[in-house]
Design a protein around this ligand. Structure first.
Ligand SMILES: [Zn+2]
Length: 401
């Protein structure tokens, strides 16, 4: 989920909390569906796909520098598509039925939030700026990889010891002004000799793991889980020998985290008739998150459908009816103004493209321990797959016919 949305939601949250106090809570629009216990879960992810997912997550894919991850992704989906192409900035597109006139996109974003080297001090310490919505609060004490032309250089975000901090009760919080990297050097020249220069990108070390056989945990599951899920849809279509009546464009877009840029570029090139986007959204069950502002969404309760002006209602209805028919649990979310996802980029591209969003609930967004529920991953894949089976070639989604 993108950075701009982050500030907009912070602003809107303040407004909503304020308005809520005034009006007695009428602004809560979220309607999470209760999980029905009798529904049997249908597993989709298998050992082979899981090992691709793990590999894909462990590979760094910083915004603007996504190409290695894109190569991994293309290698995985190639057996399931007819052809593929990439654009100048690295967005990758797998195509099924490339000759068809009616075009349907399923989309996720490939980029991972990261940092840029911004200033190297004469003492050999490094100050950073954000590349996407990287969180200054979680930086201290983290191990990082600095990506240079000479390969990866290790460093750590240092932080003054508790014994040496003199703030009393009011401690100084981590911010861009005081977080810094230490790569074991004592001068700027030494840092530069390692291959580090202003503009090198920095990612965290943390890798993929499974928690309690229930959750996948890792950095930048936002939104590489999406890239994984749309690839799994391509696999299911192939394995089930489905012949779609339209062209399917499986899009793994770059540069979402700095403003939906990759999607903007590729929407213009594909000129699709329909776009179904998948991204992550916030699980709101853990401490310090307001359900009044953020809605009541939970990992394990299924994919999240969105209500927002950019979401085309007739396409959204098709998603919901499909979920109900296929007995896939789902939750509902409302967004003010924009969804903050590539949905907006597709919807407002060309002459307006009917677009909808299927979100994956996620805990601890933009930290290194993002968590998603295994069953939600299966269910998002199933929902996208089933919706594709329900779209007709030439289908007109107009409100007024
Ligand atoms: Zn994000």
């Amino acid at each position: 989920m993108g950075y701009k949305r982050l500030f907009i939601t912070m602003f809107i949250n303040c407004f909503i909390i304020f308005a809520h106090r005034l009006k007695g809570g009428l602004l809560t629009i979220n309607m999470a569906k209760k999980k029905t216990e009798d529904k049997q879960h249908v597993a989709v992810v298998n050992d082979k796909s899981l090992s691709f997912f793990e590999n894909y997550i462990n590979n760094p894919s910083p915004t603007g520098f996504e190409w290695k991850g894109q190569e991994l992704w293309l290698d995985y989906i190639k057996p399931y598509i007819d052809e593929h192409y990439v654009d100048s900035y690295g967005t990758a597109v797998g195509v099924i039925n490339p000759k068809a006139e009616y075009k349907v996109v399923i989309e996720a974003h490939a980029d991972e939030i990261s940092w840029f080297v911004n200033y190297i001090t004469s003492d050999g310490l490094i100050y950073v700026i954000r590349n996407g919505g990287s969180d200054h609060q979680i930086a201290p004490s983290k191990r990082v990889n600095i990506h240079t032309d000479k390969g990866v250089v290790k460093a750590v975000f240092g932080w003054p010891a508790i014994h040496t901090r003199l703030g009393g009760e009011k401690e100084e919080a981590p911010s861009l002004k005081n977080i810094f990297l230490d790569c074991g050097c004592t001068s700027k020249e030494e840092v530069e000799k390692l291959g580090i220069h202003v503009g090198c990108v920095i990612t965290y070390e943390d890798e993929f793991m499974t928690l309690n056989d229930r959750y996948y945990v890792g950095r930048a599951l936002d939104n590489r889980a999406g890239g994984f899920m749309i690839a799994e849809v391509a696999r299911l279509l192939k394995e089930n020998k489905i012949k779609l009546p339209f062209g399917l464009y499986i899009v793994n877009a770059v540069q979402e985290e700095i403003g939906l840029r990759g999607a903007e570029m590729i929407a213009h090139r594909i000129k699709p008739n329909v776009a179904i986007v998948t991204d992550v959204t916030h699980d709101t069950q853990t401490p310090m998150i307001s359900k009044i502002a953020q809605g009541d969404l939970a990992c394990g309760r299924g994919p999240v459908v969105s209500y927002a002006p950019a979401v085309q209602n007739n396409l959204n209805k098709l998603l919901i009816e499909t979920a109900e028919k296929a007995q896939i649990p789902f939750q509902r979310q409302a967004s003010s103004r924009s969804t903050g996802t590539d949905t907006d980029a597709f919807a407002y591209s060309n002459e307006g493209v009917p677009s909808a969003l299927i979100s994956l609930p996620l805990r601890y967004m933009h930290t290194t321990v993002e968590m998603i529920h295994k069953e939600d991953v299966d269910n998002v894949i199933r929902l996208i797959y089933e919706v594709l089976l329900n779209i007709k070639s030439g289908q007109n989604f107009n409100y007024i016919k």
